[in-house]
Design a protein around this ligand. Structure first.
Ligand SMILES: Cc1cc2nc3c(=O)[nH]c(=O)nc-3n(C[C@H](O)[C@H](O)[C@H](O)COP(=O)(O)OP(=O)(O)OC[C@H]3O[C@@H](n4cnc5c(N)ncnc54)[C@H](O)[C@@H]3O)c2cc1C
Length: 450
């Protein structure tokens, strides 16, 4: 397999001076990674630039669900739900990094009526082509007494950064140049698009040109528009926090969907490897660079979930994370603004907003089709993009160093083998192993990014 590591990165940057690419992608979250992967089959020359590590933005701070969007169905967004279900089923069938997870949606004094949930779940199963009358299970004492019982359904889960890395590595295998820690600092549009970027590891600037540029900068997409001298598309930003708590607080296998008694918001308790993840909030924010949850948000999550897990306390929180969504649409309540992705074209730049982990294939295929057509490349084959990169069963840090291009210890423990999230109490062993690689010069402790 083609190597993709700290040395190949250095070589690529060394050779890049003033090269002309067909397409330059800004941003290495799921939108950029999926698009790079889709374009990698077209024969076009593609470069992806990411200012931090791959998946260091929202794409490592999501609920990590590949979901049909039951919540969107409750809002009447049937076509969106149908699309998401189709994508979920494709990913379940065709990748090993997306797995089914059972859900229990609780019926109590804070949920919509049991009948409306039953109807919603029936519709949800119908849209997936497997209609099924949902069964109600009475609370026989396993849940707090105020819960009458629950309806069961399934969705899917993944690790978001792993999904990104698999797309990046698949694209790299087919010749896309993907560079992490390279921040785009200037964009000038002429006959071609001239891009200035900073290699954050050396603080050196470099220049490269592309026939077209794709802005996949997620919540930073409007900033990239401005860098190119274009008007902002006016995306609102909505931040969401999750907390990570010990597994012993809830040892069930199914995730729990419930409604907060504080404001009626739908929330989840999601059992993962050695922890449970509880989320999320949905609050308008002003800067995409805010990436730390506020004490208030953490308190809201604790109080909401305490109703079901009375022993949950502030000290039960082992970790927390925060991600930001860009929303293009009107309305003060971020929960009600449209969640469909949008592709906006302006000159030689395509800006892509609002792609979810779940629909990244549909969105990136659409973007890649449009680019291929503009550049006269062949149309995409039917199932593109496909994830062809696979990891060995006995995954080692050495392997990751060779084929997934991490540069720092954090890249490994947060986005390649994310023990920081799924096993925060047991992370020391991996941290220690990484520190040995730091001594050998194969990793660095950290890199300052802006
Ligand atoms: C709280 C929360 C929970 C969510 N849960 C789910 C879920 O369970 N399932 C689901 O399907 N979706 C979920 N989503 C949605 C999904 O996570 C996001 O929509 C998706 O990750 C966005 O990916 P992206 O690539 O567009 O943005 P990002 O992942 O933010 O990637 C953009 C990248 O661009 C880079 N960048 C920015 N500026 C520059 C520059 N100048 N130069 C180079 N690089 C730059 C950034 O560093 C960043 O890595 C959730 C979203 C939130 C906020």
């Amino acid at each position: 397999m083609r190597e993709f590591n700290i040395n190949t990165r250095k070589l690529e940057i060394g050779n890049i001076g003033n090269k002309l690419f067909d397409v330059i992608i800004v941003g290495g979250g799921i939108t950029g990674a999926g698009t790079a992967n889709a374009l990698s089959t077209t024969g076009l020359k593609v470069l992806l630039l990411e200012k931090g590590d791959f998946a260091s933005g929202t794409s490592s701070a999501s609920s990590k669900l590949i979901h049909g969007g039951l919540r969107y169905l409750q809002q009447g967004r049937i076509f969106l739900t149908k699309d998401l279900i189709r994508e979920r089923e494709y990913l379940l069938r065709n990748t090993s990094i997306v797995k089914k997870i059972g859900f229990r949606i609780l019926i109590d004094g804070y949920s919509p009526s049991g009948l409306s949930i039953k109807f919603g779940l029936f519709l949800y199963s119908m849209l997936s082509g497997k209609p099924r009358i949902p069964r109600f299970t009475v609370n026989n004492g396993e849940l707090v007494p105020e819960v009458k019982g629950y309806y069961s359904f399934y969705d899917a889960m993944t690790d978001d950064s792993t999904l990104v890395i698999h797309n990046i590595a698949s694209a790299t295998m087919r010749g896309v140049v993907c560079l992490n820690y390279c921040r785009v600092t200037g964009i000038q549009e002429d006959d071609a698009v001239r891009v200035e970027f900073l290699d954050v590891t050396t603080n050196r600037k470099a220049y490269v040109s592309g026939k077209l540029i794709i802005n996949c900068a997620g919540p930073w997409a409007d900033n990239v528009q401005l860098l190119a001298g274009k008007a902002s598309n006016g995306a609102k930003l909505s931040g969401g926090t999750h907390i990570v708590v010990d597994k012993s607080l809830y040892e069930g296998e199914d995730a729990i969907a419930f409604f907060s008694h504080l404001d009626g918001r739908q929330m989840f308790i999601i059992p993962r490897e050695k922890v449970n993840i509880i989320g999320t909030t949905d609050i308008l924010t002003t800067s995409p660079d805010n990436n730390v949850p506020t004490g208030e948000e953490i308190e809201y999550l604790i109080k909401s979930a305490q109703r079901l897990i009375p022993q949950l306390k502030q000290s039960s929180v082992l970790a927390s994370f925060y991600g930001t969504r860009p929303l293009l649409g009107h309305g003060k309540d971020p929960g009600k603004v449209t969640r469909n992705f949008r592709i906006l074209e302006n000159g030689k730049m395509l800006s892509v907003y609002g792609v979810k982990l779940t629909d990244f294939r549909k969105a990136s295929r659409k973007v890649a089709q449009r680019i291929s057509k503009k550049l006269g490349a062949p149309a995409l084959a039917k199932e593109i993009p496909t994830i062809d990169y696979t990891r060995p069963e006995n995954l080692t840090v050495e392997y990751i160093l060779n084929f997934e291009c991490p540069l720092t210890v954090e890249d490994i423990i947060r986005r390649r083998i994310p023990v920081e999230i799924y096993d925060p109490l047991g992370k020391e062993k991996l941290v220690h192993e990484c520190e040995e690689f730091v001594k050998e010069g194969k990793l660095v402790k950290s890199i300052m990014t802006v």
